[in-house]
Design a protein around this ligand. Structure first.
Ligand SMILES: [Zn+2]
Length: 85
């Protein structure tokens, strides 16, 4: 089964069940082709995640590095504070 979609900006993505292929096309001619095998696709996903996290530093707790959804109730923060006293 092959899946294909238009990503925008003349870029198409095709998935053949094994690798993802990116092409730039004007609707008739293909001008660029990049084949992303599973390992490369995984590396891209990891890099994209790193970029996203780097651009949103406040989403992570500075004390435990976890999602910053607990504010000053951080267990690691309390532990650090106790050590300082
Ligand atoms: Zn925390």
């Amino acid at each position: 089964m092959t899946m294909r979609t238009y990503l925008g900006d003349a870029v198409y993505a095709t998935y053949d069940g094994h690798m993802l292929t990116l092409t730039t096309e004007d609707g008739v001619n293909v001008s660029n082709t990049i084949h992303l095998e599973p390992g490369v696709l995984l590396a891209l996903d990891i890099f994209r995640k790193r970029c996203f996290e780097a651009s949103q530093p406040m989403m992570h707790c500075p004390h435990c590095g976890g999602p910053n959804d607990h504010g000053s109730d951080c267990v690691d923060y309390s532990r650090t504070k106790r050590r300082e006293l």
